[in-house]
Structures are given as structure tokens and as C-alpha cells.
Design a protein around this ligand. Sequence first.
Ligand code: HEC
Length: 133
Amino acid sequence: MKKLFGILLMTALVSGTAVANDEAVQSRIAPVGSTCMQGDECAAAPAPAVAAGPKSGKDVYGSFCTTCHSAGVMGAPKFGSAADWAPRASKGKETLYTHAIGGFNSMPPKGMCAACSDDEIKAAVDYMVDGSK
Ligand code: HEC
């Protein structure tokens, strides 16, 4: 009887260890990270906001052009100053676009917004010219 108990105890211990090992193995071979399936709670989290479409002229101005054009750094025509912008505007919009995109004296190409599209730069020029009449 004592011996049988001993065997039972041994079996329980061995199988107990086996279960523990099994769990350890499971956690070790579990995939890194988990996949988020549609309908899962994790999939309900909103996707990170991605700016839709091109930046507005105002946004481009506020992020880049304002650095020089609000205070008139290096003689940059100041935003809101009709006196500064009238002589520029008289060159024609196309010239201003070309100078804003390609650079002009101390005016850096694209106003240092390398990631801006030509259209976004043009919109920023429009914003400055229209806001400086
Ligand atoms: C590092 C400073 C700086 C930044 C940033 C800058 N500008 Fe300028 N910008 C200037 C200076 C200086 C001038 C005057 C150049 C001159 O007349 O010699 C100028 C002139 C201009 C002109 C007039 C060009 C002409 O033909 O008279 C336009 C248009 C212009 N900038 C657009 C922009 C736009 C749009 C941005 C933003 C995307 C921008 N600038 C960012 C410095 C800057």
C-alpha cells in the first residue's frame, strides 16, 4: 500500500511537472506580438491620424515660411505688409511661385520645406500674398 501510494505520488509529481513544462513551452513558442483581427477589441483602436490630402497654404506658412516671413528675416517680405508685398506681387504670381519653389537670393528653395509639393508652396505664396494686401 505504501509502495502504491509512492507510485501514485510519483506519477502526480511527474505529470504535474509535465503540465508546467507544457505551459512553459507554450509561452516560449507563442508568436511574438499578436495579430489584431478585424472585430477584435484591439482592432477598434483608431488608426493614427494621417493628414488627409495636401497641406493648406496657411499650414505650410505656419510651419515653415513664418520663420523668416513674419519678422522679415534677411529682408524677407513680411506677412501682412502690403508695402513689402506690393512690389513682389507686381512681378506676377508665376514669378513668385518660381522663386518660392526654386529659391531666390536668400530665399531658400521651397522655404526649406523639402517635403512640400510645388502646389503646397504655391498655396503658401497665395496665402502670404492674399494676406498682405
Ligand atoms: C530662411 C528664411 C526664409 C524662409 C524659411 C522662407 N523665406 Fe521666402 N524669402 C526669404 C527672403 C530673405 C526673401 C527675399 C529675397 C530677396 O528678395 O532677395 C524671400 C522672398 C520670398 C518671396 C518673394 C520672391 C520674389 O520674387 O520677390 C516669396 C514668394 C517667398 N519668399 C515665399 C516663401 C514661402 C512660400 C516660404 C515657405 C514655404 C518661404 N518663403 C520661406 C526668406 C525665407
